[in-house]
Ligand binder design. Structure first.
Ligand SMILES: [Mg+2]
Length: 183
């Protein structure tokens, strides 16, 4: 079984909160237009290096904007496709996102859901779908709920890395690479 690096999307791999706010009911930080996708510094190189080492790369992203009526699932898919192409064809093994939110306006998505971080559902689903070894996997995200999701999935606390002022994505990737041992 391959280990994975589970990656948050917004403000981990690509800019989100720094972009102009989209029109309501989308919220600041929602990225709806694929033309606005901008990689964060070092994202392409970090992902390429992790992939080369043998990690599966899985993006796990809350997209509550779908539940709020601010984006369609097709728009989320289009943004993910743009991100995938900027990172390089085939670098990301899979994208998982959670369109649900308990305070949504769109009935089909207005509920709590086991995929919504800080719950671990997306990580567990990916582990099952792609036969991933969670004991050797990592989680990288910019928010506390990302870390909580990784911990809830059983990823070791030392392998749940929060990027931000104290740690760049490049540094997080470097830490995962330095601990990588082929099965
Ligand atoms: Mg984020």
């Amino acid at each position: 079984m391959r280990p994975a690096v589970f990656l948050d999307r917004d403000d981990t791999l690509m800019e989100a909160n720094s972009l102009p706010a989209p029109p309501p009911p989308a919220a600041p930080g929602d990225v709806i237009d694929p033309a606005l996708v901008r990689l964060l510094p070092g994202a392409r190189e970090a992902c390429a290096a992790l992939k080369r080492a043998g990690f599966a790369l899985v993006v796990v992203s809350n997209q509550g904007s779908v539940a709020r009526g601010g984006a369609t699932t097709a728009q989320v898919d289009a943004v993910n496709a743009r991100l995938a192409s900027l990172l390089g064809d085939g670098v990301i093994d899979a994208f998982y996102y959670c369109p649900f939110h308990p305070r949504g306006n769109v009935a089909a998505f207005a509920m709590e859901h086991p995929w919504r971080k800080p719950a671990p559902g997306m990580i567990l689903a990916a582990a099952e779908d792609l036969s991933l070894d969670l004991a050797r996997s990592w989680l990288i995200g910019d928010a506390e709920r990302d870390i909580q999701a990784g911990l809830a999935a059983g990823i070791d606390p030392s392998r749940c890395l929060r990027v931000g002022p104290a740690m760049s994505l490049s540094q997080a990737a470097q830490r995962a690479l330095s601990h990588f041992h082929p099965a």
